[in-house]
Design a protein around this ligand. Structure first.
Ligand SMILES: Cc1ncc(COP(=O)(O)O)c(C=O)c1O
Length: 425
């Protein structure tokens, strides 16, 4: 039997009540016909703050402190995660003359938006075990830049470094304490790319926090394969500052509050009411789906151990497992690495052998991401070379994403691991 990488049809079959409530939600929108922004979007924005952006339950904050935190998260529904970032960059007037730091091992959207607003892209390599921005490399990068007369940092091209965009990849948060402290030291803005981590917990030094509520700004994606997926494209920008949130709202709608009076230049980054309604119906299931993903990850770990593969394959790291926080990893993707030191043939050859076996047995897989961003054709003008970010480059060559979606069956996990074991013989 084929094993898909991701399969929403199982959700439809196995969770009839969810699909009924999605249909009801969509029909209601067709009835009230408030298709753009309006009541559905507003309700979604407040529900998502309550359900996914407030402190984890084991928070050390008391009720009074919690209520302050809660007041600070402002959510703005957008047409996609990409558009949420674009709106945030425009709201902060990032443009020509500025530079933004991010990592080269991720989905294209982040770097694409920085380019589109006319700012310079500066890449920082990843930690080879977590695939996340490496704070030590970030520190070295910042220390290597030239201080200017106003106390800022300039790139070799003369642009002023303004912002860091750490990317919480595959379901786990970056080392935000270290990143935020560097940002504070160098007076840089931070936007969390939280596209893949809705609901994740992070053990910050001042108490547990939710992904997307750690830095002053963040954004999420509800692309259908995400842990919370819409029935199409949708996204969310999050700001802790009310005035900034108001500006993002303006920018989301061509800079107008009153129709046809434009205060600033924005775009059409609006969230459709139909998508908001679908997301509202799906949001209560997020916690359970994340739980299932973690259970599947535990089954993978046991199966790899049972098959004696733990010395040949690096399983996903769990950097915050010791915190005791439940959602320390959400397994948006389950990405293994075929280890360089593995005997027999080259490691790249070994990954190809595993893939060939997957294709034969119709097992779904993906390579996230085959070409690091600094080596993409469209960024050739930046002048980066092969070897500039070795950890991003080797991750692109050695990693493999396996099926992990909540409705995956335990026997299928056994089958995936057995197929990998065969390729390793
Ligand atoms: C890490 C990351 N950033 C940004 C995005 C962009 O989100 P969207 O596809 O909703 O525009 C995605 C989603 O695909 C992503 O995975």
């Amino acid at each position: 039997m084929p094993i898909p990488l991701f399969d929403l049809s199982r959700q439809k079959k196995e969770q009839a009540s969810l699909y009924e409530s999605m249909k009801r939600a969509a029909l209601e929108v067709l009835e009230h016909q408030e298709f753009i922004l309006g009541r559905e979007v507003e309700a979604f924005e407040s529900e998502i703050v309550r359900r996914a952006l407030q402190e984890p339950s084991s928070s050390s904050l008391n009720e009074e402190e919690l209520s302050l935190v809660r007041k600070r998260a402002h959510a703005i529904g957008t047409s996609s995660g990409t558009d949420a970032l674009l709106a945030l960059l425009l709201a902060q007037d990032i443009g020509p003359g500025d530079a933004v730091i991010t990592t080269p091992y991720t989905f294209f959207a982040t770097a694409g938006c920085v380019h589109r607003v006319g700012a310079e892209l500066l890449f920082c390599d990843i930690d080879p075990t977590t695939y996340l921005m490496d704070p030590e490399k970030l520190q070295k990068l910042l220390a290597s830049l030239s201080p200017d007369a106003e106390g800022g940092l300039r790139t070799a091209r003369g642009n002023r470094v303004k912002m860091i965009i750490p990317i919480h990849l595959f379901g786990v948060c970056c080392h935000m304490d270290a990143i935020m402290s560097l940002a504070w030291q160098y007076e840089l803005m931070v936007i969390e790319d939280a596209a893949q981590v809705l609901g994740a917990d992070y053990p910050s030094s001042d108490g547990p926090k939710k992904a997307g509520a750690i830095a002053p700004m963040s954004y999420f994606s509800f692309y259908p394969t995400k842990n919370l997926g819409a029935a199409g494209d949708a996204g969310l920008a999050v700001c802790q500052d009310a005035q900034l949130a108001q500006r993002v709202r303006l920018i989301r709608n061509h800079g107008m509050e009153e129709r046809y009076y434009h205060k600033v230049v924005g775009g059409n980054f609006r969230l459709d009411a139909l998508q908001a309604a679908i997301l509202r119906a799906r949001l209560p299931f997020l916690e359970k789906w994340n739980e299932k993903r973690r259970e599947n990850a535990a089954l993978y770990r046991a199966a790899f151990l049972q098959n004696g593969l733990l010395e040949r394959i690096a399983l996903p790291a769990e950097p915050w497992v010791q915190s005791g926080l439940k959602n320390h990893h959400l397994y948006h993707q389950y990405v293994i690495r075929i280890l360089e030191s593995a005997p027999s043939s080259s490691h790249a050859g070994l990954r190809e052998r595993v893939i060939a076996n997957f294709i034969k047995k119709k097992i779904g897989y993906a390579i996230y991401y085959p070409v690091p961003l600094h080596l993409q054709e469209c960024f050739a003008y930046l002048g980066y070379m092969q070897g500039d970010f070795p950890h991003a480059e080797s991750a692109a060559q050695e990693t493999l994403a396996l099926p992990i979606f909540p409705e995956l069956h335990p026997e299928e996990i056994q089958e995936v691991v057995a197929t990998i074991a065969q390729a390793m013989d």
